[in-house]
Design a protein around this ligand. Sequence first.
Ligand code: CAA
Length: 394
Amino acid sequence: MHKDSAVGIHDLSFATGHYVLDHREIANHYSVDINKFHLGIGQEAMSVPAADEDIVTMAATAARPIIDRYGTADIRTVLLATETGVDQAKSAGLYVHSLLGLPSAARVLELKQACYAATAALQFAAALVSRDPSERVLVIATDIARYDAGSPGESTQGAAAAAMLVTAEPAILRLDRPSGLFAADIMDFWRPNYRSTAVVDGKTSIAAYLQAIEGAWKDYTERGGRPIDEFAAFCYHQPFTKMAHKAHRHLAEFSGAAAEPDDIHDAIHTSTLYNRVIGNSYTASLYLGLASLLDHRDDLAGKPIAMFSYGSGSVAEFFGGTVMPGYREHLRTAGHRAAIADRTPIDYAGYRSLHELSLPVDGGDHALVEEGRGPYRLAGLSGHKRIYQARSRR
Ligand code: CAA
């Protein structure tokens, strides 16, 4: 085993969309048995952003409580991971940097590799902090999962942002070494520049995910990682929560761990509670899983947990973290529950009109109707520029 560094996640906060679509609405619309969603894919509801919300407003909303608690000093790097980019050149992180009032002495950039990029950002942040422990790095994962209406992926949409402060004295989770890595050039899920919805081969994507966990686990063990039965819990990337179940069963069988239904439930259940009602949030999904795990278990202090990150295309990483003593005092459980509970229910027709909405591309001046109620909004477009605004604090 490598000597572990002390670097890790000091604070973790997430935000999600303004609306919530219950899967019963989708089941009714398509005359499908609701158990296909509740049992088959493990989803009950999905977040739907308002027309004046996007990855920037969700990212800034997720990070705001971290800045309010710890201030902006020594944040010299902002890494924003997304596969819902709003510009081919400018990093969405710069809008967030501005909305949060972060120091101008900063490097800010956007990372992309499907749902994996936030884990790359986290590891890059850890490396920067290891080199200079006085620095703190803001990592934000923010995405809106969109598939064509009527396609098999439609019921696995969702939206959220997870913000993390990475420091040398983490209050929540120390990142352990080694990491197990896996990369393969595969077309399981992708989104060409001219499309606003992803193209996906569902069954291939599930097989690719399972192949990636085998590859990453093999590399992890070859590099001296922990035996699987040392982990107190497992967090998986969750395109739909049943995928975490499939992944853990596959890993357990592959690695020789206990794989009875109760074993799988105990290993993953608490990490799936938020994702089950938020849906896929691509880069943020794994970190919503981490928030869910920590918010729902009070017995993890000092214990190692496993994390598995998968980004179609594909890149995957298996890594461990050790939960810090006293972690529960630093969590944002009430805020996370409120972000979920405060969403406004929307019916299938309302969701579809938002799904079909596209922003004008003519470069003219377009104000957006005020719809969401978060601290930040996309106020409009002008001269091909996105105009963001902070609302007066509630
Ligand atoms: N009661 C109980 N279970 C039911 C049921 C019912 N009435 N009806 C169906 N089911 C079960 C099925 O048996 C099936 O279970 P298994 O997977 O255990 O076999 C499950 O519900 C799903 O049913 P289908 O396979 O018929 O569903 P589908 O073909 O309509 O689509 C999907 C499923 C392929 C996951 C689709 O939602 C999809 O394409 N999603 C997007 C892609 C995706 O999320 N891929 C995951 C890996 S890629 C990744 O992780 C990156 C990422 O974020 C996208």
